[in-house]
Design a protein around this ligand. Structure first.
Ligand SMILES: [Zn+2]
Length: 83
């Protein structure tokens, strides 16, 4: 399996190795396959995927923290489970 984190929406897409190079993000339809695989092969590709994953993960963690901060004062966020 291949794990490609989308640089647009930061969702991790879990893919079969054969599907990864043409993969589209399941959340936002960004062409993650092209983003990671275009012009890269072997070790360079592996390293790029790993580096991007940790870079994007940090962005996401920061996002989540700031999002939580926002929510503490506001109850009108989308996806609220209040009914
Ligand atoms: Zn995406």
């Amino acid at each position: 399996m291949a794990y490609l984190r989308c640089p647009e929406c930061l969702t991790t897409n879990t893919l079969k190795k054969t599907e990864a190079p043409v993969a589209i993000c399941t959340a936002c339809e960004f062409a993650v396959g092209h983003y990671y695989f275009d012009g890269r092969f072997g070790d360079e590709l592996e390293t790029f995927i790993k580096d991007e994953n940790s870079r994007l993960k940090k962005i996401r963690e920061k996002d989540v923290r700031e999002h939580r901060k926002h929510q503490q004062g506001a109850s009108n966020h989308i996806g609220s489970d209040a009914s």
